[in-house]
Design a protein around this ligand. Structure first.
Ligand SMILES: CC(C)(COP(=O)(O)OP(=O)(O)OC[C@H]1O[C@@H](n2cnc3c(N)ncnc32)[C@H](O)[C@@H]1OP(=O)(O)O)[C@@H](O)C(=O)NCCC(=O)NCCS
Length: 163
């Protein structure tokens, strides 16, 4: 069965959390250092409404990745700006799933009426940078040593796409 994307449901949250927590523990692609609990993931999902969708990629009944659009900043005047997140099951990288999810999120962002999409990316994450560049995101900032994980300082770049 080919891979497809669809809106996430409550039943997907355990799979979403397991995919994400792998990177919390093993990677600097997220600056979270303590795994999310099931309750925290539930609260996160509740905070995403129709304007801030969560989608999953599904293949043969297995959730192989997820993506979301979140508020860029809580202050009201930022309400037309969103931040994207995409996390694939670590055994499913490098075969186009990230492109499938980001393409879908960008179509949804435009339909919803958002104005711009931003990605905050650890500067060493070549895959994420390449993925965003492929979809027309441009690097707009480079923040030096704002993170500290796995015993070292980490730079963050921001990439932005106007819709
Ligand atoms: C980043 C991530 C979402 C990319 O998804 P993916 O399915 O592996 O990427 P794709 O296969 O769709 O590749 C997209 C483009 O990036 C390129 N690319 C992917 N990984 C790369 C890497 N490690 N180095 C250089 N280029 C890379 C591909 O060649 C492709 O370009 P092309 O279509 O012009 O050949 C995925 O690797 C992932 O989940 N990583 C861990 C979590 C993470 O970093 N998430 C991003 C935080 S927002």
């Amino acid at each position: 069965m080919p891979v497809s994307t669809r809106p996430a449901t409550l039943a997907d949250l355990d799979a979403i959390n397991a995919i994400y927590n792998h990177y919390v523990e093993h990677s600097t692609c997220t600056y979270q250092t303590v795994p999310s609990t099931a309750q925290e993931r539930h609260d996160w999902f509740d905070a995403h409404g129709p304007e801030h969708p969560v989608i999953v990629a599904e293949e043969n009944g297995q959730i192989t990745g997820w993506g979301s659009l979140s508020r860029f900043h809580p202050r009201q005047a930022y309400c037309h700006s969103v931040e994207d997140s995409i996390y694939l099951h670590h055994e499913h990288q490098g075969k186009g799933l990230g492109s499938l999810l980001l393409g879908q999120l960008l179509r949804m962002a435009k339909e919803i009426g958002h104005h711009t999409v931003l990605g905050g990316i650890d500067a060493d994450q070549k895959g994420s940078i390449a993925l965003h560049a492929k979809f027309g995101f441009e690097k707009v900032s480079h923040l030096k040593e704002v993170g500290f994980k796995q015993g070292r300082w980490l730079d963050v770049i921001w990439m932005q796409k106007m819709l």
